[in-house]
Design a protein around this ligand. Structure first.
Ligand code: GLY
Length: 426
């Protein structure tokens, strides 16, 4: 099969690595890709916002399947346009991608189909939003309705923080994504990531994972796209797993079908494990980044038939197998991220780092120039490792990081701390 993968992050490097291992693959392209993906696929400088150009590329190269990594092309309707041109594409339609593209859409769906989530209200002006937070008090969560590159959610600990978030969003900090704002109850508990592969009707759960969104150790500092993840997480017990499937994932898939927008692709639920049970706090319509990196390391099955079954509505009798060993990833980012950072700084020692048992390195924001790997983004590398325990995977990943010479980079040193503590206490 000829496959085109869209995206350029660590998630897409992990997907490219997994797709490249499929015996079904003839040729893999990635648009636009990065220096690491270039080892698995031919990177092509296609403008993925130009859907006609993508269709023309697919026709010229007899592409059998397009796999879309990030949310922006999905929300822009690339899967619909490819399907209209007769090209199979993995990912939700534009209307189904509203589960990530509009926080208000998702909250309304939860209300209609009785999916457990925090209480909320939608606002199209600052005055009404302010009156609501004054009545509700803090902590409270303020969200830009639309896509804001992971920066559109403010967990306001005080009323002053909530007021500032409302002002920032309605003053246009996120452009049209902030013309509507959703305000919802603060949920306290443990945050986990739950993924399901969907074909519009059937949902197959993937392995569980936990992400670390804050930039600094001890979960301090601003939110990022994710600074590290591990899988499986001990906090998704079989009982919690079944509750999430029964109360959150399956009603969502049924509700989306009932609304005439069946969800096909990867449904990524951000779930808070509260004292009252699992509560949905957000949906994404794609693999998580960096959670995808650990899921790909743990997936034993060939991923290509899974993509095809999801596209073709054939997941009903499908099964996915997983390696039992845990996997962990640590994100190395450019100093300054998630604020301003430098590009073009040189990274050495990657080959030495990759020699450690169980270690796999996925690139996110990198380019290759004259044989050297240079940083080219905020999140730059994913240092991943498998082990018999999360503790062993963590030791291996940090041993690899200590071999990498990149004075302009940094990482958290405490990824998976909750699982490591749980392993220590037996
Ligand atoms: N890991 C967070 C995200 O992918 O949105």
């Amino acid at each position: 099969m000829n496959i085109l993968l869209i995206g350029s992050g660590g998630r897409e490097h992990a997907l490219a690595w997994k797709i490249a291992a499929s015996p079904l693959l003839t040729k893999l392209w990635c648009a636009p890709g990065n220096a690491g993906i270039a080892r698995e696929a031919e990177c092509v400088a296609l403008d993925v916002t130009d859907h006609s150009a993508v269709i023309e590329f697919c026709r010229r190269n007899a592409v059998d399947l397009v796999v879309v990594g990030p949310e922006i092309p999905l929300a822009a309707g690339i899967v619909d346009d490819l399907a209209a041109a007769g090209i199979k594409a993995f990912g939700p339609s534009k209307s189904a991608a509203q589960l990530e593209g509009s926080k208000g859409f998702t909250k309304d769906l939860c209300r209609e189909f009785n999916i457990p989530t925090g209480a909320y209200r939608r606002f199209d002006n600052a005055n009404d939003a302010l009156a609501y937070v004054w009545a509700q008090g803090a902590p409270i969560v303020v969200k830009a309705d639309g896509l804001a590159a992971g920066k559109g959610v403010v967990v306001a600990k005080t009323l002053a923080e909530a007021e500032a978030a409302i002002a920032m969003m309605f003053e246009g900090a996120f452009g049209s994504a902030g013309t509507e704002v959703v305000i919802e109850d603060f949920l306290s508990g443990r945050e986990i990531s739950f993924f399901a592969l969907c074909d519009g009707e059937t949902a197959i759960p993937l392995a569980s994972a936990q992400d670390h969104k804050r930039v600094f150790d001890h979960d301090e500092g601003p939110n990022t796209g994710g600074m590290g993840a591990y899988s499986p997480t001990p906090f998704v017990t079989p009982e919690i797993h079944d509750q999430i499937m029964a109360r959150i994932i399956l009603p969502t898939v049924a509700g989306m079908k009932q609304r005439g927008m069946p969800f096909r692709g990867v449904l990524y639920a951000g779930v808070m494990l509260t004292e009252q049970g699992p509560r949905l706090f957000e949906y994404n319509v794609r693999f998580g980044d960096p959670e995808c990196q650990v899921l790909m390391l743990r997936m034993m099955s060939d991923i290509v038939p899974a993509f095809l079954a999801a596209c073709d509505g054939q997941l009903k009798n499908f099964d996915l197998r997983w390696f039992p060993d845990p996997a962990l990833t640590v994100v190395m980012a450019a100093k300054g991220y998630p604020g301003d950072y430098k590009k073009g700084t040189r990274i050495d020692g990657l080959d030495e780092a990759a020699q450690i048992e169980g270690v796999e390195i996925f690139h996110a924001g990198t380019v290759e120039k004259d044989g050297a790997i240079l940083a080219n983004g905020g999140r730059v590398l994913n240092i991943c490792a498998s082990g018999k325990t999360v503790t062993e995977a963590k030791q291996r990943a940090y041993e690899a990081i200590d071999r990498i010479k990149w004075s302009d980079g940094f990482c958290r040193r405490d990824i998976a701390w909750q699982a490591v503590e749980a392993e220590k206490s037996g």
